[in-house]
Design a protein around this ligand. Structure first.
Ligand SMILES: Nc1ncnc2c1ncn2[C@@H]1O[C@H](COP(=O)(O)OP(=O)(O)OP(=O)(O)O)[C@@H](O)[C@H]1O
Length: 566
């Protein structure tokens, strides 16, 4: 260090010596302006560059007197010197930060997931009241499914609860763990979407490990599910006062019924959008799992036993089949069967936005909601038999709702025709919404959020739409359009011989096109094939590595979060 310092001092002295020489030269030129010629500016500049270059060199070397090395400046002007340690904002930096934030917040939400799991869940566990089975008195049985029995219940007299009132208790088998997880997630993220969850715990039986039971407790929301309500001959009038608070000032008829159905659909979609936004797919949407909450006067979703949390990959087993065939979408699996079973939580969380966008798993629920809409609009489809028959007919029509309509409408019963008339109100926006949901391909189905923004819910029909709403409708239509129809039309047009009346291409033109095409299309096809090959390879690699990870972590890791009865 000492040697370097000395060298620096020596070099600095040399630089000062040169600068002094330069000053002298300038003075000399100014004092004796020579024989009419201008001073040799280039020489001076060159010398000046020489000295400043040396100074830069010292700065670069980093040795020398403090003010040669550190750009101290004069004390008076120090504030004008560039700040060396400030945060520099650059366009690529901002773009990168924005991309990272968008990824972390994209559905199902990596960042909110961390916050929820490590902060909210932690504090909730610290402060919420805990219960044990003696705190409840079970009443009548409300239902019995494959995985548990549901009872109406109350708090035991000795248990002081902040909110008294009726409860619902489900005693469930091993699948109860998943349902507790889902209900707790929902309570923190979108409480109004589902029945109000009170508590869930594992009750270890004295008889042995095999008979452990999960207890799940909710507030009793109400007596009726949508299934019971739509079975009534009075539907939809039997729901009117429940959700609208009063009888509408309209004569009984299609318009009034449409308003009620609109409100039910809006509430169901709103609840479902809450679940989807937090990364939960219900997988068992049906009128039996939509309950009318008397307290909040809205429809809420129940039974999260088949739900899957794609934020962390819980209960996500793509090859599993546990769906109600009456309401399930044609694809049956919510994720591509090429997608592996759920990886470990951190990997699943990091990849969740990519997997969500690749598979659009929420559209599985949307198909089921489309069928609920259909049942509300068409009375003959409200029975099990009616729905099963419809499913068969739609399958035969290639899941094309327009084709189904063309087949059944000409010989439709008055009840069935009533459904078409209801959906055709206001320029057919109800039919348009329905057909944008009930589609074969998941990717072409509209999401819950997009459906909520559909003008069908504006309530005043097409005539009542503002300019902006109309614009949004056009945009919705453009994004929802099935362009395969346009392609078919072009192909049909091409197949005809070109005449002035029919249009289309002549044989000669087609031949010309054929001759022109190969090079272009084969290049494009090659690129496409390479992209597909790459995609398959990525998926296969992911598949293998994740299955490997999964094998090592088959245990129900999330059961750590589930309280046990002491
Ligand atoms: N929070 C609640 N408030 C009022 N009733 C409820 C509530 N939760 C569930 N129920 C009633 O209990 C019944 C069964 O509930 P749930 O569907 O969750 O159980 P399940 O065992 O999964 O039954 P299934 O297999 O038949 O769907 C529901 O149909 C509903 O009538």
């Amino acid at each position: 260090m000492a040697t370097a310092g000395a060298a620096g001092v020596q070099l600095t002295s040399y630089s000062s010596f040169l600068a002094a020489g330069l000053n002298k030269l300038q003075r000399k030129r100014t004092l004796s302006p020579s024989n009419g010629r201008k001073p040799a500016a280039t020489t001076i500049k060159a010398l000046a560059w020489g000295t400043s270059g040396l100074d830069d060199l010292f700065l670069g070397v980093g040795v020398g007197l403090p003010c040669t090395v550190m750009e101290c400046g004069d004390i008076i002007y120090r504030s004008t010197l560039p700040r060396s340690s400030g945060l520099t904002v650059t366009a690529p930096g901002v773009a990168l930060a924005l991309a990272a934030v968008s990824y972390l917040w994209a559905t199902p939400g990596v960042a909110p997931g961390f916050w929820d799991m490590f902060v909210l869940a932690f504090f909730e566990r610290l402060f919420r009241p805990t219960y044990r089975k003696d705190d409840f008195v079970l009443g009548k049985k409300l239902g019995e499914g494959a995985f548990g029995v549901v009872y109406k219940a109350t708090f035991a007299k000795n248990k002081a609860s902040p909110k008294q009132g009726d409860l619902v208790v489900k005693k469930a088998t091993e699948y109860g763990a998943v349902e507790i997880w889902m209900n707790e997630r929902v309570r923190r993220a979108c409480a109004s979407s589902c029945a109000d969850f009170v508590y869930g715990f594992l009750e270890s039986s004295a008889k042995g490990k095999g008979s452990d039971e999960y207890w799940l407790v909710w507030r009793f929301e109400g007596e009726e599910t949508l299934a019971e309500l739509i079975q009534s001959k009075e539907f939809p009038y039997n729901v009117e006062t429940k959700i609208l608070g009063e009888v509408q000032d309209l004569p009984k008829g299609l318009e009034r019924e449409n308003k009620i159905i609109q409100t039910i659909m809006r509430q169901v979609l709103f609840a479902l959008d809450g679940l989807h936004s937090t990364g939960i797919v219900h997988r068992d949407m049906k009128p039996q799992n939509v309950i009318f909450s008397e307290g909040s006067r809205t429809f809420k979703i129940i039974d999260l036993g088949a739900a899957t949390d794609l934020r962390v990959g819980i209960n996500y087993i793509p090859k599993e089949f546990l769906l109600d065939p009456r309401y399930s979408a044609p694809e049956q699996y919510i994720m591509s069967t090429q997608t592996p079973s759920a990886p470990s939580a951190p990997v699943a969380t990091a990849l969740s936005p990519v997997l969500w966008q690749m598979n659009l798993p929420d559209r599985f629920d949307m198909y089921s909601v489309g069928l609920i809409f259909l049942q509300m609009a068409f009375p003959p489809l409200r029975s099990d038999n009616g729905l099963i028959q419809f499913n068969r007919q739609l399958k035969r029509c290639g899941y094309d709702m327009a084709a189904w309509r063309n087949t059944v409408e000409p010989r439709a019963s008055p009840e069935l025709r009533k459904g078409f008339e209801l959906l055709d109100l206001d320029g057919g926006i109800g039919w348009e919404l329905l057909t944008s949901i009930v589609r074969y391909k998941a990717g072409q189905r509209t999401s819950a959020k997009a459906a909520l923004a559909h003008p069908y819910f504006k309530g005043e029909g097409l005539m009542g739409l503002s300019f902006m709403q109309n614009l949004r409708l056009q945009l919705f239509r453009a994004t929802q359009k099935d362009y395969s129809e346009a392609v078919k039309w072009i192909i049909r047009l091409m197949a005809r011989s070109g005449t002035p009346t029919d249009g289309g291409f002549t044989e000669a033109q087609l031949q010309e096109l054929k001759e022109m095409e190969p090079k272009k299309s084969s290049a494009r096809r090659n690129v496409l094939a390479s992209v597909l090959r790459l995609q398959r390879k990525v998926l296969r690699t992911l598949n293998e590595s994740m299955d490997e990870l999964n094998r090592q972590r088959k245990s129900l890791w999330w059961s750590r979060w589930i309280p046990r009865e002491e």
